[in-house]
Each structure stands twice: as structure tokens, then as C-alpha cells.
Design a protein around this ligand. Structure first.
Ligand SMILES: Nc1ncnc2c1ncn2[C@@H]1O[C@H](COP(=O)(O)OP(=O)(O)O)[C@@H](O)[C@H]1O
Ligand SMILES: [Mg+2]
Length: 368
């Protein structure tokens, strides 16, 4: 027999108050047919719990209205009408959301885009479904380094009514690449209907990928911070250059002020030696520990390696063009760390995907 839960257990499991659950019962009664409740039994199935969690996520994290939630649930259940009537709904499985990792830096030219693209390739080689969202408004060149030509970016979706799918290009190893382009700016002027249209389409992506890497661009701008702040984890790239380290510290400081639960790891790039790399970490981490009482994750390093320039000239991700070069070997170790739950995975945030939608919503609304 199916296990049943009391309302108290449901509160514990979902983090909802009893009053929220009552509200959801009334507002979404066509999806949550708690026939037992009417008889004062207050029993919930695990499907009910999954659905309550889903509704909570949509409302709290994505700012959906009741009508929007209903539409969303209907789109999930429209072909299961007969089972729906019996109170059964497609459960929202745990772990269904993509892990969102933002790659950022204090200064430009530190290797973010190269590392993002090659990280995506190495993750894909390890059977992860990966997408890269190019959110760099300054120099959005993910597609160039990946050797693909995007026909459309978010501008076309926003301005010309193209489908969001049209803005997704398949790169090497099936990695999906989405260019924000100037579309991220134009979104401030959308009508509500246009905005909803795009957000609905982005929802689809969440079910298709395991890891979403966001190349945020460099420096302290609204756009960078917005995208770095919503991510599950942030990879901050810095080089042995002194200015790069102090700018990295500035951005880390702001990210921690925005979210003390942020999970930030440092990746040292273009280091002439392992010693230099560790030094980059130590310098920035000491400042972070002293000022913010926060210890940065050490994600490792990528040495200075001329193969990267050569790969760039051939418009190929260096990890694919030179699978055995020093930089690729270094990056393989970084991937090990990223995939190792205990070292670099944020358990303090439930899911960043909803927050990504939130970040895009806010950039559309033009909010800081
Ligand atoms: N580890 C490295 N060794 C040598 N050159 C590198 C390395 N990482 C990046 N580069 C070079 O640095 C430049 C900037 O890289 P890029 O990925 O575009 O940086 P960002 O995205 O941070 O602006 C490119 O010319 C790239 O080839
Ligand atoms: Mg770049």
C-alpha cells in the first residue's frame, strides 16, 4: 500500500506552513484532489508532496501567479487527464533541475570563456548533458571559441518573435549554446506577454540539461552580479597578475554580501607553475578570510599553455583540439573537483534554475 503522510510530516518535508498548504488546496484543487481531507483524515501521498513542492518553487522562486502555475501544471499533465482525476499528478522529481555554475572574474581576458567552453566539453565527455549560456554583454564569444555560428540570439527571440529553441545552437559533443547577446538589454522593454512567452520556453531547457554553465563576463556590473548571484556555484577565475587578484577579491566580496550562502571557488589560470597557482589562491583567500570570514573553494589551476592560443585560432575548444596538453590535463582535475559533491556543491540552495529564470526576469524588468 502507498505510504501516507500527515499534514505535519508534509510541512516538515516541504518547508511549507500549514496555512500555505490549505491555500494551495483551495487554489489548485483541480490538481490536488485530497478527497480524504474532506473527511478530516488529512492524508497525503508522495505525489501530493512532490506537487506541493513544485508549486512552492514556481511561486516563491519564479514569482509565478496562480494562473501561471495552473497553466504550467496543465502543460505537464494534459495527456494524463484520466489519472489526474484520481488525484494523481506527474511528480516533480528531485534533482530534475540543472545545476547552474556561473563563471566570472574581476578582470577581462583571464581565460573565462576558454575555460567555460572546455569545461563544458570535458563534462560532456563524462556523459553530462551540458548547456552554456553566454551572458557576457561586452564580448560574447562563446560560440566563436566553440566553433559554431549562432543564427539567432535572445534579441531575435525578444524582438522578432523567434522561438527560444532557435537561439540554441548545438556545439561539439552536443553541448547546447545560447547567446544572450544584446537581447539581455532589450528585454527591459518587453510587454508582459512577450516576457512570459520567453520564460515558458526557457522552462523546457531545465529538463534537458544536467549542468548549465554561464559565462557572465567580467567586473562589477548589474548583469554580471545578477547572473553570478543566482547560480548554485560560482567559479571565479583569476591569474597571477596582481590587479586580477584584487579585482577578483572585489567581486567575491560583493557576491558574499549579496548572498552569504554563495558557494564560490577559485580557479587560477595562466599560472607559470603550480607554485604560482597556489599563490593566487592563497592571496585572494587570505583577504576573503580576513574580511569576510569565508574560505574559498580551491578548484585548482590551469597552467599557461600556448596550445590554448592555437586552439582559439582554429576555433576549437582547447580540451578537444589538444586532449593531452598540459592545460587540458589540469582542467580534467578541475572537473573531478566540480563533480565531487563534498568539495564543490552547494547544498544550501535548492535549485538555481528557478533563480536563473528570476535573474532573466529581473534583467527583463531592467531592475538592478
Ligand atoms: N591557460 C592559458 N594559457 C595561455 N593563454 C591563455 C590561457 N587561458 C586563456 N588564454 C588566452 O587569454 C586570452 C583571453 O582568454 P578568454 O577566454 O577570451 O578570456 P575572458 O573570457 O576572461 O575574457 C585568449 O587569447 C586566450 O587564448
Ligand atoms: Mg570572455
Amino acid at each position: 500500500m502507498e505510504q501516507l503522510y500527515s499534514i505535519r510530516q508534509v510541512c516538515e518535508k516541504t518547508g511549507l506552513e500549514e496555512s500555505d498548504i490549505r491555500f494551495y488546496e483551495t487554489a489548485f484543487k483541480e490538481f490536488l484532489s485530497f478527497t480524504e481531507l474532506a473527511h478530516g483524515k488529512r492524508e497525503f501521498t508522495s505525489d501530493h508532496i512532490a506537487l506541493l513542492q513544485r508549486i512552492k518553487e514556481l511561486i516563491n522562486k519564479r514569482g509565478f501567479s496562480v494562473i501561471e502555475v495552473k497553466k504550467h501544471l496543465r502543460s505537464l499533465t494534459h495527456h494524463t487527464n484520466d489519472t489526474m482525476e484520481k488525484g494523481f499528478v506527474m511528480p516533480a522529481k528531485a534533482g530534475e533541475f540543472a545545476r547552474v555554475i556561473a563563471v566570472t572574474s574581476g578582470k577581462g581576458g583571464v581565460g573565462k570563456t576558454n575555460l567555460t567552453v572546455s569545461l563544458a566539453m570535458l563534462l560532456a565527455k563524462r556523459q553530462r548533458k551540458v548547456a552554456i549560456f553566454d551572458a557576457d554583454l561586452g564580448l560574447s564569444n562563446v560560440h566563436i571559441l566553440a566553433g559554431v555560428k549562432p543564427r539567432y540570439n535572445l534579441s531575435h527571440v525578444v524582438e522578432d518573435g523567434f522561438d527560444f529553441e532557435d537561439a540554441i545552437v548545438e556545439g561539439p559533443l552536443g553541448v547546447k549554446i545560447i547567446s544572450g547577446g544584446q537581447g539581455l538589454r532589450e528585454m527591459a522593454n518587453l510587454t508582459d506577454d512577450q516576457r512570459r512567452f520567453i520564460l515558458r520556453q526557457m522552462d523546457k531547457l531545465e529538463r534537458e540539461v544536467d549542468v548549465l554553465l554561464v559565462d557572465t563576463g567580467a567586473g562589477i556590473s548589474d548583469n554580471v552580479l545578477r547572473f553570478a548571484a543566482f547560480a548554485d556555484e560560482v567559479i571565479c577565475v583569476a591569474t597571477p597578475n596582481i590587479a586580477s587578484a584584487s579585482d577578483a577579491f572585489s567581486i567575491i566580496k560583493i557576491l558574499l554580501q549579496m548572498d552569504p550562502n554563495a558557494k564560490i571557488g577559485l580557479l587560477a589560470n595562466m599560472a607559470p607553475s603550480m607554485y604560482h597557482a597556489k599563490n593566487v589562491y592563497n592571496r585572494i583567500n587570505t583577504a576573503t578570510e580576513n574580511c569576510m570570514h569565508y574560505t574559498l573553494g580551491y578548484l585548482g589551476y590551469v597552467m599557461e599553455d600556448e596550445h590554448i592560443q592555437v586552439a582559439n585560432q582554429h576555433r576549437k575548444p582547447f580540451a578537444l583540439a589538444f586532449p593531452n596538453c598540459e592545460a587540458t590535463k589540469n582542467l580534467e582535475l578541475v572537473v573531478d573537483t566540480i563533480l565531487n559533491k563534498r568539495i564543490f556543491q552547494n547544498d544550501k540552495k535548492d535549485s538555481a534554475f528557478g533563480d536563473l529564470i528570476g535573474a532573466i526576469k529581473r534583467s527583463m524588468a531592467g531592475a538592478a
